[in-house]
Design a protein around this ligand. Structure first.
Ligand SMILES: NC(=O)c1ccc[n+]([C@@H]2O[C@H](COP(=O)([O-])OP(=O)(O)OC[C@H]3O[C@@H](n4cnc5c(N)ncnc54)[C@H](OP(=O)(O)O)[C@@H]3O)[C@@H](O)[C@H]2O)c1
Length: 322
């Protein structure tokens, strides 16, 4: 008989315990026993049926979501010789239109190169809170934006999940960081070490012209057209959502000395190892709240609460409902 595992299916009303098949690792994959996960903006896109959700996960029934994971290796697929059962690992399950798994479940399987060893001094819940956001930030600014030592970056949404860790990562890349956030978050973003903090409720981030190598629009609320005047020649605008403004921006960039990109996060072992070292060394991830798996419904609701400040963690290994 096929083995089953416990998982929480997300619904518009919260979350419900369900039993689904326990996955087996294929060749080159490992099975991870999930200890912690966290909530991103993506869950709501699936639960609400938003169009963009189709690119992140299949509308499975039950809808088992959760892309961040930290846990321990439970089984090795054929051909995996560089990892060991019991090792603590972390990473991000791919955003994909063929993704059927979620980390709000006891086990996931994943390609061996899409996870990394979790540093011993980084707790599971912190790694789970950091995975998707840190990969998105690093790949947006370093890979697409070519941000490095001595560069300048404007980070919009600097108190959000992606934006907060982007501030810390940009500093570690050696860049000068200008961060945009709302009034209540100014002290927190200043404490992250941003060189300049712009309170978007009282000041205009577009007041300066031609200053930045990268504009990282984490909430995707601006556009290449709007931000081009802020960029140096050769500079890059990077956004997180594929919307109409992106298509227009990419077309305009063809006739410009400036670049326009959409980031598509990927879980890469080398990037996770780099960020894991930074987390050990104090890279900040603010935890708003922690919820046991039985309280997944409350965790999903908290993600959409305007009072939230930081990441919403789900302690998947704790509190399964009877
Ligand atoms: N493409 C990818 O691979 C990828 C990967 C990860 C995330 N994402 C996407 O990235 C987006 C951000 O994710 P997140 O986890 O950082 O969300 P989040 O935690 O909700 O943070 C969003 C931040 O944006 C700020 N914001 C909202 N409206 C704004 C506006 N008009 N002007 C300036 N700032 C504004 C918010 O702060 P205030 O409103 O309080 O100022 C908030 O701090 C989501 O849509 C997510 O789906 C995409």
């Amino acid at each position: 008989m096929n083995e089953t595992m416990r998982a929480m299916g997300a619904t518009r009303d919260g979350a419900q315990l369900t039993e689904i098949p326990k996955p087996s690792p294929g060749r080159g994959e490992v099975r991870v026993r999930v200890v912690a996960s966290s909530v991103n903006a993506a869950e709501d896109k699936l639960i609400s049926g938003a169009f963009v959700g189709r690119f992140l996960h299949v509308q499975t029934s039950p809808l088992v979501l959760g892309w961040d994971f930290a846990g321990t290796i439970d089984a090795l697929g054929d051909g995996v010789t560089d990892l060991a059962e019991g090792a603590a690992v972390w990473g991000h399950l791919a955003y994909s239109n063929s993704q059927r798994q979620g980390a709000f479940a006891e086990f996931i399987t994943i390609e061996r190169d899409e996870l990394a060893a979790k540093p011993d001094d980084v707790p599971f819940h912190v790694a789970a809170a950091a995975a998707t956001c840190s990969m998105t930030s690093l790949q947006s600014m370093r890979d697409l934006g070519r941000l490095g030592e001595g560069g300048t970056v404007l980070i919009v949404g600097a108190a959000g999940g992606v934006g907060e860790i982007a501030v810390g990562i940009a500093r570690r890349l050696g860049a000068h960081v200008t961060a945009v956030c709302s009034t209540r978050d100014v002290p927190r973003v200043q404490a992250l070490g941003a060189d300049v903090v712009i309170d978007r409720k009282t000041a205009d981030p577009f007041a300066s012209q031609g200053a930045y190598d990268v504009v990282f629009d984490t909430p995707a609320v601006h556009s290449f057209a709007r931000c081009a005047g802020l960029l140096r020649s050769g500079g890059a605008y990077v956004t997180t959502l594929p919307n109409a403004a992106l298509i227009t921006g990419m077309a305009r960039a063809l006739f410009s000395s400036k670049r326009c990109y959409f980031v598509q996060v990927a879980s890469k072992r080398a990037d996770l190892e780099l960020v894991g070292g930074w987390l050990s060394d104090g890279l900040q991830v603010t935890i708003d709240s922690r919820h046991t798996i039985a309280d997944l419904g409350a965790a999903l609701a908290r993600q959409g609460d305007p009072a939230r400040a930081g990441r919403v963690v789900v302690d998947v290994a704790q509190g399964w409902p009877a």
